[in-house]
Design a protein. Sequence first.
Length: 133
Amino acid sequence: MAQNAVHFHLFLRCWLSPSMRQPSANTRNAPELEMDITCFHCKKPSPLELVSGRAVVSFRASCPHCSSDLHVCLNCSLHDRGAYHECRETSAEWVKDKERGNKCEYFQPRTGSDNKVADVSDKVKSALDDLFK
């Protein structure tokens, strides 16, 4: 009986793991789409590949325009200056230099709608700077 429970537990673990599941018939032959990530340094968009519907940025990826690292905290959607360690992911380790490449496993690329928030904050900061000149 205990051996059956172990097999069932392993079956569930494999079934729930996204890497172990087979793609559905609808997505098996679907073309991979692309998204853009805006570089924190030069503010130019760089294409990202979608793998199984998820944007992927390798640890060594760099911007084709300015050669800055792309896998950095400032390009992550979890980056928040007001949060503990400047990250909304509570399990992430502290990263000292937010502008340099890192190996954070929680990295989620900041894409289109996320970049608009950063643009608004930049506009507000520049308006405040103009006000106090």
